[in-house]
Design a binder for this molecule. Structure first.
Ligand code: MN
Length: 180
């Protein structure tokens, strides 16, 4: 189980922070956040994760894009939540001062590997969620690169949770039908 109060606090915080932001499909960004969190909750329950670990995983899932996409900073999360939540969300964020997407991904994975499994799980859940139907305007090369990156994430973080790693593996396999 996990703390419903902590869930609601992080949910409201994320909703406020993301404001009018939309997903690539034009839906409120909350759709993405809650889909990622749903995957994480499912895995926490299946793996019978202890309360504290579930709380960290779920808080990081709800907040996973606030540093990357909004004006919220590491220090805000440190003050408003905890050091472990702030560290987790930071590791889940791209360092946009790095030039290439590859470097950004590499650095994020390196940081995640120093985080507990509960935080690494969020990255798997994020990619599971993002591997549903690709946006219409993506060409074949973009889709190929995206699925290749997903395989890299899978290979680096698969030990964090068996249910999420299995599910990501299936999503990667399934995504190949969108590539011609
Ligand atoms: Mn995300």
């Amino acid at each position: 189980m996990f703390s419903q109060e902590k869930f609601i606090k992080a949910l409201e915080y994320a909703v406020k922070a993301h404001g009018e932001q939309k997903t690539p499909k034009g839906l409120p960004y909350l759709t993405h956040i809650t889909s990622v969190t749903m995957e994480v909750i499912h895995a926490c329950e299946e793996s019978k994760l202890e309360v504290e670990k579930s709380n960290l995983a779920i808080s990081c899932a709800l907040l996973h894009d606030v540093i990357e996409d909004t004006s919220i900073k590491y220090d805000d999360l440190y003050v408003d939540f905890s050091e472990s939540v702030a560290n987790g969300v930071e590791a889940l964020s791209k360092d946009k001062t790095l030039e290439s997407k590859q470097e950004q991904m590499k650095k994020s994975i390196e940081m995640l590997l120093e985080q507990p499994y509960e935080v690494q799980m969020v990255k798997l859940a994020d990619r599971i969620t993002n591997l549903s139907t690709p946006p219409e305007h993506w060409d074949n090369d973009k889709k190929k690169a995206y699925v290749k990156e997903a395989s890299f994430i899978y290979s680096c973080l698969k030990n964090s949770n068996i249910y999420l790693s299995k599910r990501l593996e299936e999503k990667i396999e399934n995504y190949k039908k969108y590539i011609v």
